[in-house]
Write a protein that binds this ligand. Structure first.
Ligand SMILES: Cc1cc2nc3c(=O)[nH]c(=O)nc-3n(C[C@H](O)[C@H](O)[C@H](O)COP(=O)(O)OP(=O)(O)OC[C@H]3O[C@@H](n4cnc5c(N)ncnc54)[C@H](O)[C@@H]3O)c2cc1C
Length: 427
């Protein structure tokens, strides 16, 4: 296999492995690049991009600006609601990135000036850049569900950014009476982690089955179908009987408003659903800084060149992860990881004045239905006619009717996936 083919193959199977970014260093050797890259946001996308830039080009000055001192992983945070996961095990610091030579700054980026190539943080300090990566994740469209804003989320949790919100929801479940009703409201696409709400329903059911078995979970959905639907529906039934009820948009599941005082969700057709615990997953858009920096389209997501993830609206800024439009890719941590690696390689190519390699992206999303019951969806994505599409036949979902042993292995894979990906980011 030629070097170039091998590089492309490795990308396709590994979601752009170390070899491909490092391969860029050897196969396109030239003078070491001296330049400055500023990264906004140290989550699944930004952290890995920082690490890969530094690995591929140790001479690069890489500055990562992240508002929080610790990162709490959303993946597997539903296990905290189930009662068998701990937030401490999902919490990571940035010392590892600093050890790899990344300059980590903990502050909030307030503005980006794409013309002057400057990033300004809260304290007023500015950072110059040759290339910037913007990876702020999502923010919520407060008010899109009437009656639901940031203040309301302090009593009616979304738990769609892991941390105190996860704890709040877990505590409300603990305080709920047996026989209570838990309502989870789900927005229309696109939103962070398409299978996440349905995994949440399953893992909340796991907790309730043990502690409050007369309780019920209602999912009010703004959609008529959802990720891994057959597998979830089968898993819910096998494991929890009739505890979980899913109400599709066509059956009036889409909500218009909530009444926080009575924990009531009001659907667009006027039906009122009163909850003992109400979990509102609000509609989302790119993180606020992407809006401030002029990186978003009218729908609130960041369009970019799918080969490099450079913004089509602002030159020299690469937007990766949930904030980007992302084509056919779901908004996932794994997706953000592969996009971070592609953007790192593309930045190095552009600093060297060479064409970027052909890119390919990988995604696998595991979901847990119970501690020993895992399912997954996987896909490889490539650029075709300027669009990021899923390569036909490249992935798929776990088989229906699989054995308990099969589901157990997939559950173990979910945990090892998290260990590996976070070690790569923060180790
Ligand atoms: C319940 C749940 C379960 C999930 N499960 C999975 C799963 O099993 N597998 C999977 O692949 N994905 C999963 N996801 C999705 C995954 O969490 C996201 O897709 C992923 O975090 C996106 O990475 P990102 O880098 O774009 O954003 P994030 O990881 O959110 O990182 C963005 C970072 O930017 C920082 N930031 C934002 N604005 C600024 C600013 N102005 N200045 C400084 N810093 C800033 C934030 O503090 C944050 O640390 C799940 C999500 C949820 C909610």
């Amino acid at each position: 296999m030629s070097n170039s083919n091998r590089r492309n193959f490795l990308k396709a199977i590994g979601g752009v492995s170390v070899a491909s970014v490092m391969g860029l260093g050897s196969s396109r050797a030239g003078a070491a690049v001296k330049a400055k890259v500023v990264i906004v946001g140290g989550g699944y996308g930004g952290a890995i991009a920082a690490r890969y830039l530094k690995m591929a080009e140790p001479g690069l000055e890489v500055v990562l600006i992240e508002k929080n001192k610790q990162y709490v992983s959303c993946p597997l945070s539903n296990t905290v609601l189930a009662g068998f996961g701990k937030l401490e095990d999902l919490t990571f610091g940035y010392d590892g990135l600093a050890r790899h030579g990344v300059t980590v700054v903990h502050d909030t980026v307030e503005s980006i000036d794409p013309q002057a190539r400057k990033v300004k943080i809260g304290g007023g300090k500015t950072f110059d850049y040759d290339r910037a990566i913007v990876a702020p994740g999502v923010d919520f469209k407060w008010g899109a569900v009437k009656g639901y804003d940031e203040a309301t989320s302090l009593t009616i949790p979304h738990a769609w950014k892991a941390g105190p919100q996860t704890t709040l929801l877990a505590n409300q479940l603990k305080s709920m009476k047996d026989g209570g009703v838990v309502i989870i409201t789900v927005p229309d696409n696109p939103f962070r982690c398409p299978p996440g709400p349905y995994e949440r329903a399953a893992l909340v059911a796991h907790y309730l089955k043990q502690h409050k078995p007369r309780s019920k979970i209602i999912i009010l959905d703004a959609k008529d179908k959802f990720s891994k639907q057959g597998l979830f529906t089968q898993g819910w039934k096998q494991t929890y009987g009739d505890m979980i009820e899913w109400v599709a948009a066509a059956k009036g599941g889409e909500i218009d408003a909530i009444d926080a005082a009575t924990r009531t969700a009001i659907s667009v057709v006027g039906t009122k659903y009163q909850a003992d615990v109400l979990n509102v997953i609000p509609p989302q858009h790119a993180g606020q800084i992407a809006h401030t920096a002029g990186l978003v389209n009218p729908k609130g997501w960041c369009p970019n060149n799918p080969v490099t993830f450079e913004s089509t609206l602002q030159k020299n800024i690469y937007v990766i992860g949930d904030a980007s439009v992302g084509g056919a890719m779901p908004k996932s941590g794994y997706g953000a990881n592969t996009q971070g690696k592609v953007a790192a390689a593309a930045i190095i190519a552009s600093l060297r004045g060479v064409e970027p390699d052909e890119s390919a992206y990988l995604n696998t999303c595991y979901s847990l239905i119970a501690p020993d019951y895992g399912i997954s969806v996987a896909g490889i994505y490539q650029v075709k006619d300027g669009q990021l599409i899923e390569v036909p036949g490249s992935g798929g979902v776990s088989p229906m009717d699989a054995s308990a042993a099969y589901r157990k292995v997939e559950a173990a894979h979910a945990h090892s996936w998290l260990r590996n990906i976070t070690a790569e980011m923060f180790g």
